[in-house]
Design a protein around this ligand. Structure first.
Ligand code: FES
Ligand code: FES
Length: 180
């Protein structure tokens, strides 16, 4: 698969260039993740993805391209699906962040998660946490999306396994389950 799948978020931090980043250390940044308040002290330009994975232990958002191109790292920020790899820590201040770990409530999987299982929508699964977050943001804004609207919402999420048709069916199934 993609060479960038060797994940810098898993490597020791700080890494190369740490001195410059430490020089840019910000005031503590406060935000919520999955409803829990957090305060993080790190260089202001640290990607939010690194903070989620390395500081907060939330490994659901994945590192793929590291440049906002593949969707593997998507999380919801104030309800919008965004690439955590391309979101600097400073810009998360005061925001409500939802990761794939926050989709289930009280131990009950989200309708999207149930639908993805029912449709077996995925193969390796690497893309799925990002796709789930894009789909969750879509259904939040548009509970009854058309096929074209689902495709447009997933435009920034790559699936190298080619599970697109099953993913589309799963999102439609979840929309039907959630619709009043
Ligand atoms: S890792 Fe590819 S968009 Fe973030
Ligand atoms: S990349 Fe493997 S299921 Fe999407």
């Amino acid at each position: 698969m993609h060479a960038a799948l060797s994940c810098p978020a898993e490597t020791a931090w700080p890494g190369p260039g740490a001195a410059a980043r430490v020089a840019a250390m910000s005031e503590p940044v406060r935000f919520t993740v999955n409803g829990t308040a957090h305060e993080v002290s790190a260089p202001a330009d640290t990607p939010l993805l690194y903070v989620l994975r390395n500081d907060l232990g939330l490994k659901g958002a994945r590192f793929g391209c590291g440049s906002g191109e593949c969707g593997a790292c998507f999380v919801m920020i104030d309800g919008r699906a965004m690439p955590a790899c391309d979101t600097p820590l400073w810009s998360a201040a005061g925001k409500a962040i939802t990761t794939v770990e926050g989709l289930a409530q009280g131990g009950v999987p989200h309708a999207l998660q149930r639908a993805f299982i029912a449709e077996q929508a995925g193969q390796c699964g690497y893309c799925l946490s990002g796709i789930l977050m894009s789909a969750a943001a879509l259904l939040r804004a548009n509970p009854r999306p058309s096929d074209a609207e689902i495709r447009a919402a997933l435009d920034r999420n790559l699936c190298r396994c080619g599970a697109h048709n099953r993913i589309l069916r799963a999102i439609k199934r979840a929309a039907e389950a959630l619709a009043p």
